[in-house]
Design a protein around this ligand. Structure first.
Ligand SMILES: NC(=O)c1ccc[n+]([C@@H]2O[C@H](COP(=O)([O-])OP(=O)(O)OC[C@H]3O[C@@H](n4cnc5c(N)ncnc54)[C@H](OP(=O)(O)O)[C@@H]3O)[C@@H](O)[C@H]2O)c1
Length: 309
């Protein structure tokens, strides 16, 4: 099969080449991939350290080519959205049926391919926050893949949504279009308190966002795009400042159960036009280098979709 292979000598560290077809385990379906999307973490962190010839790729959408031998998952011919630790940047992918959701017929599989890491992480993070109706939610790193989904889902859930971006003048309108009620350049600017935080930046923004948590509030530390550590001033975590029981919880998507159901629900929302896929770039997978360079250089905010084949 054809695949995007890790190649440190290629301009963006990836080239189109040949790889052996995957051999699915009994609990895996074989999927013919139509589109994949790139995540900042895999292009900026995983790819540079991967062995030459590796086929990476967390997200992919396509059609079941051969159903799982153990009878789990959908039958051959079904359009699906898939998640895995690797193998999405290829014509064929072996996927654990726990990480696969059925997609409505006729859906745009490019848009659907943005869902697995970005959409499912946003949904799970908001589940960790707790009830949203009538609550105030802050999303940091709101312009990125996960952030755009988080803003929309928090709004759909009935929250008052504050979105943080390093460029409110340039990207604030887009974030308001997705449902943000307010846009700030830093969590420290948030007026009043919030009940929940989906933090995608970490470092100083995480610490500032924690300072804004109401009593009983939950900060879900999803990402660390800023690359800095977190330093809390002495006493901040004592909870003796009139706002008790505030929590910081961490999060790892592939450790979550029930992902097939989440993927399927998100696919229905995107296909039905109720969720924007956050696409910022779309092209043939042979042009992946341009998208990878833009993602690494922080010039691309949102999802890059590669059409496969
Ligand atoms: N725990 C998990 O299972 C899990 C799952 C998914 C993602 N993640 C993590 O969540 C984070 C967000 O993922 P993503 O795919 O949404 O990333 P992304 O598309 O690159 O978006 C990150 C956003 O953070 C903002 N940002 C602020 N400071 C930044 C900096 N120094 N460098 C880069 N971006 C910065 C940027 O927005 P502005 O420029 O507008 O401020 C950017 O749009 C990543 O750290 C990723 O590894 C974790």
């Amino acid at each position: 099969m054809r695949a995007l292979l890790v190649d440190p000598t290629a301009p963006a560290g990836l080239r189109l080449g040949s790889a052996p077809d995957p051999q699915p385990a009994p609990h895996q379906a074989l999927v013919r991939v139509a589109a994949t999307s790139l995540n900042h973490g895999e292009v900026a962190i995983v790819a540079p350290g991967a062995a030459p010839g590796t086929v990476l790729g967390w997200d992919a959408a396509g059609y079941v080519e051969r159903a799982a031998a153990d009878g789990s998952g959908p039958p051959a011919g079904t359009p699906v959205v898939t998640l895995g630790e690797a193998g999405g940047w290829a014509e064929l992918r072996a996927v654990d049926t726990r990480f696969m959701g059925v997609v409505p017929d006729g859906a745009d599989l490019g848009a659907i391919s943005t869902i697995p890491v970005a959409g499912a992480s946003a949904l799970r993070a908001l589940h960790r926050v707790g009830p949203l109706l009538g609550r105030r939610i802050l999303v940091t790193g709101a312009t990125g893949g996960v952030g755009r989904y988080a803003v929309q889902l928090a709004r759909q859930g009935g929250a008052y949504v504050v979105a943080a971006t390093g460029d409110p003048a340039g990207r604030g309108e887009m974030l308001r279009g997705l449902g943000a009620h307010a846009v700030v350049s830093d969590p420290a600017e948030v007026e009043g308190v919030v009940d929940g935080v989906v933090d995608l930046v970490g470092g100083r923004q995480l610490v500032a966002a924690y300072e804004k948590l109401a009593e009983g509030g939950v900060l879900v530390a999803v990402g660390h795009s800023g690359g800095d550590g977190e330093h809390f001033a002495h006493g901040v975590l004592y909870g003796d400042q009139g706002r008790h029981d505030r929590s910081v919880v961490s999060f790892f998507l592939l450790g979550c159960g029930g992902l097939a159901r989440d993927l399927e629900w998100l696919a229905g929302e995107v296909a039905g036009g109720r969720l924007d896929a956050g696409e910022a770039w779309r092209g043939a997978w042979g042009d992946a280098g341009a998208a990878v360079a833009a993602l690494r250089g922080r010039r691309l905010h949102g999802k890059a979709v590669l059409e496969v084949g």
